[in-house]
Design a protein around this ligand. Structure first.
Ligand SMILES: [Zn+2]
Length: 342
């Protein structure tokens, strides 16, 4: 995602409005996942959050449909396939939280361990490798988002397009495509996936690993006969508008924001060519908490964490998806969850 190589830093505290209560799926979304600064048990929920979460509370009280261990049986299985730790938080965090809260099983697959990210100075302990930290961070983010512990495809970060690291024989870009497909297909089969998310054909913004998530994801879905495949994409039109606003803001002129460099000509998908849109504004606190979990990459001075709540909801309150190969349909259909999750 747009975080790659442009963000960094530790964060000490962040006031969140999420409380660590069990939800309908029985999955401990927050309680065990994020001790300390990630969770505030004292902050009240907003009215919209109460509405969003009360739906699951009803299901929690219905013991007649619980399994012997007290959990609700998952209804469907969502697999979100991502390239690097932190991509999941930004691109599909809302979808994951809503799917888990609706009782679905959520599986997070990450192609690489994000070895080539730029660690925020002072975050890593003596001798600690960045990939070690990023594995822990993704595990934390997965719990925050209601997913099972991450599954790793076992490749290395390829780095940004055109970098010499693209030639590393162990990187995802250089991986044998059939082998990578088999690894993902094995996971899809094992978890009996109903819905898979990948990226659009240019990986959102052209990162080689993201492009491979697209091609490997499509091939694996085809191999196992999975039809519900959706490309996570960025609303190019909306982002252009948002960036324009940011450039005109006093805050940006003061030079105190770390805004990522974005090629607006190629990023994501124009509005009228997007197929599905999820309104996850009521879940942005969970998305933000999952971003904060990636503390080696997303620092307190980052563009992501210095936005006002309204700006943050505007930037991350909607998640967009395309149907692979489908023609533009004049703009997205608003949905609660993607097809296959029912
Ligand atoms: Zn990425």
């Amino acid at each position: 995602m747009v975080t790659d190589g442009i963000l960094g830093g530790a964060i000490d505290t962040l006031d969140l409005t999420i409380v660590p209560e069990a939800i309908g799926s029985g999955i401990p979304l927050f309680a065990e996942a994020v001790p300390g600064p990630f969770v505030s048990s004292t902050s009240p929920r907003t009215p919209t959050e109460r509405v969003a979460w009360s739906t699951t509370s009803v299901a929690t009280d219905d013991t007649s449909i619980r399994t012997s261990d007290g959990r609700l049986p998952p209804m469907s299985t969502l697999v979100c396939f991502h390239a690097h730790p932190d991509d999941e938080a930004i691109a599909t965090g809302g979808l994951m939280v809503r799917a888990a809260a609706s009782g679905h099983r959520v599986i997070l697959v990450c192609a690489t361990r994000g070895e080539l990210g730029e660690p925020e100075p002072g975050v890593l302990r003596n001798g600690e490798q960045l990939w070690e930290r990023r594995m822990v961070e993704l595990a934390d983010a997965a719990r925050i988002l209601g997913a099972e512990p991450p599954r790793w495809l076992g490749y290395e970060d390829s780095g940004m397009e055109g970098e010499p690291t693209n030639d590393n024989p162990g990187c995802f870009w250089q991986a044998d495509h059939d082998e990578a497909t088999e690894r993902l297909a094995a996971i899809l089969t094992e978890v009996d996936a109903d819905t898979l998310t990948i990226y659009d054909e240019h990986g959102g913004y052209g990162h080689p690993d993201h492009i491979r998530v697209h091609t490997v994801g499509l091939a694996a879905a085809r191999a196992v006969g999975l039809d519900n495949v959706f490309e996570s994409t960025i609303d190019r039109t909306g982002m252009a508008s948002m960036m324009e606003d940011a450039e005109q803001s006093d805050r940006l002129e003061a030079g105190d924001l770390d805004v990522p460099e974005i090629d607006m000509e190629t990023i994501g998908t124009p509005w009228d060519a997007i197929h599905y849109r999820l309104d996850v504004r009521s879940l942005v606190d969970a998305k933000k908490a999952s971003m904060v979990a990636h503390r080696s990459q997303i620092g307190p001075d980052s563009w992501f964490l210095t936005m006002t709540p309204d700006e943050f909801a505007g930037a991350f309150g909607y998640e967009c998806f395309n149907i692979p190969g489908a023609l533009p349909n004049g703009g997205p259909v608003d949905v609660e969850l993607l097809p296959g999750l029912e």
